[in-house]
Design a protein around this ligand. Structure first.
Ligand SMILES: [Zn+2]
Length: 287
């Protein structure tokens, strides 16, 4: 991000003038200096906005491996029940400790489920995906993201030593790198989905302005068999409006400040002021 560049963070819902910081693995300009959110969190916030009209009757939200950013976005939906769940291996904020392959949740009761960057950690991801299918309510919706390389098949080996996992799967605690068959795995458990690429939805310019990765997909998942309809757009309008209002306000502030500066004449140097006074007194004596 160049000096003076301004971006809009969809998690903060603010214009951000300070430079974005490097993300994991030193990825430049990834982390918002205000909320510390990454590209994926900003697109997540945006997606919630987009599917907002479908979320008006959300009773139960299940957030697996919650982040401060997901908590902020999902809390804003004010669901009746919001369950944050994780294994408890790190100090993230959770309500319950639990394993995604045995979710401590009744069948068909989750209206919105978030499963971001979890499945690549789970040795038995089939059991995990089966659990997602079990707990989703009939109209429920899951947002799922995994690291994926299209054009390949999934490379996985839960027994690989750590050093090898870093090389093959990108991180010591990952057990696979997904490929094209990821979607078959969803379908095998009766899940229907719609894959969303940020660049398809927003276009590259808005991706850059919002600092989201162009090609990092998210799967909007439901219980099948009917395919998930493409995401509706009304929420984007409110986001655009908020952004544009802020931009307009800022432009007005800048213009006002410019006018103030232009209205002030710079103070004249002391010698000039003394000379003026001398001339004025000479004129007064002559008249
Ligand atoms: Zn932010």
């Amino acid at each position: 991000m160049g000096a003076g560049e301004i971006h809009y963070c969809t998690v903060c819902r603010q214009l951000v003038k300070r430079p974005f910081r490097p993300g994991p693995n030193g990825r430049p300009g990834a982390r918002c200096p205000r909320c510390r959110g990454l590209e994926r969190h900003r697109f997540f916030a945006l997606l919630l906005d987009l599917i907002g009209p479908q979320l008006t009757h959300v009773e139960t939200v299940l957030d697996i491996a919650p982040t401060p950013q997901s908590i902020s976005c999902l809390s804003a939906l004010e669901p009746s029940r919001y369950l944050r769940l994780d294994l408890g291996l790190d100090n993230r904020l959770v309500d319950a400790l639990g394993d995604i392959t045995r979710l401590p949740v009744r069948d068909a009761c989750v209206d919105l489920l978030v499963c971001y960057h979890v499945l690549e950690h789970v040795p038995d991801d089939h059991a995990a995906i089966a659990e997602l299918a079990r707990v989703l309510s009939p109209g429920g919706l899951a947002l799922v993201q995994v690291p994926i390389r299209f054009g390949t098949t999934t490379d996985e080996d839960p027994s690989a030593p750590e050093a090898e996992r870093v090389v093959r799967f990108g991180q010591a605690d990952h057990v696979r790198y997904y490929g094209d068959d990821f979607e078959d795995r969803l379908a095998r458990h009766g899940l229907a989905f719609h894959r969303i690429l940020p660049a398809d939805l927003l276009g590259p310019a808005l991706c850059d302005y919002l600092k989201v990765e162009h090609a990092e997909p998210v799967w909007v998942v439901r219980r099948g068999p009917a395919p998930v309809e493409p995401v509706a757009f009304p929420g984007l309008i409110s986001l655009h409006d908020a952004m544009l209002t802020q931009l307009a306000n800022r432009t007005r502030e800048r213009d006002r400040a410019r006018r103030r500066v232009e209205g002030q004449r710079p103070p004249r140097p002391l010698q000039v002021r003394i000379a003026d006074r001398v001339r004025a007194s000479v004129r007064a004596r002559r008249s």
